[in-house]
Design a protein around this ligand. Structure first.
Ligand code: DX5
Ligand code: ZN
Length: 217
């Protein structure tokens, strides 16, 4: 279970995205939060920016779609060159079809669950997934406090993944920082999104390194 760090550009300077991507060369992924004012009460960026970022960085893009009707849009993000595309279970009406379309475009397929969405109903979809994302804040904004209430679900998700061969990555997103990352790792997460904890730091490279070291224990 190798630890991976995915800094979220939601907390970066949107006027300097290429420079901000270049500021975390020691990261494994660049986390790109797509929001549409409907699924969440915030608006960020869409396909044209993902296409531009794809050309501006060698880091693989970890696209987290917080949008209504991801079944319609997710395959285009894979086609645009995202390395991973994650859709929300709460927003998808045909998750199996969409996850398969993401994979058929050559990207890793992810399913995200909000804090109050149980993981057990999705057990049968494990074979369709490359990554399960458990939100540790209500989605929509960076800089919110970590929700400890999600920790038991992280443990249950880890157990469920292990029962199914252990191949699926378990990502946590929201409030992940030097204060909370060890709890997430101990509960079984292995991919860590961090927005404000990386882009709010003066030294982003050091922030990524220290989060990784804490998660590796
Ligand atoms: C929130 C986004 C997160 C956000 C995390 O809805 O999905 O990726 O950038 O930001 P922090 O790490 O500051 O909580
Ligand atoms: Zn995110």
């Amino acid at each position: 279970m190798a630890v991976q760090i995915s800094p979220s550009i939601l907390s970066a300077d949107f006027a300097r995205l290429a420079d901000e991507a270049a500021a975390v060369p020691n990261a494994d992924w660049l986390h790109v939060d797509v929001m549409d004012y409907h699924f969440v009460p915030n608006l960020t960026l869409g396909l044209p920016v993902v296409e531009a970022l794809r050309k501006a960085t060698s880091l693989p893009l970890d696209c987290h779609l917080m949008i209504d009707d991801p079944d319609r849009w997710a395959p285009s993000y894979a086609e645009a060159g995202a390395g991973s595309v994650t859709i929300h279970a709460e927003a998808s009406s045909a998750p199996v079809r969409t996850l398969r379309e993401i994979r058929s475009q050559g990207a890793r397929a992810g399913l995200a669950l909000n804090p109050a969405t149980a993981v057990e109903p999705y057990e049968d979809l494990i074979g369709e997934l490359d990554m399960l994302l458990l939100m540790t804040v209500e989605p929509g904004f960076g800089g919110q406090p970590f929700l400890d209430v999600v920790l038991p679900k992280i443990r249950r998700a880890r157990a469920l993944i292990e029962r199914h061969g252990g191949q699926v990555w378990l990502q946590v997103d929201g409030g992940v920082s030097a204060d909370t990352i060890e709890r997430c790792a101990q509960a079984g997460a292995d991919v860590f999104v961090a927005g404000s904890a990386v882009y709010g730091a003066d030294d982003r490279v050091a922030a990524v390194d220290s989060l990784r070291a804490l998660a590796e224990g």
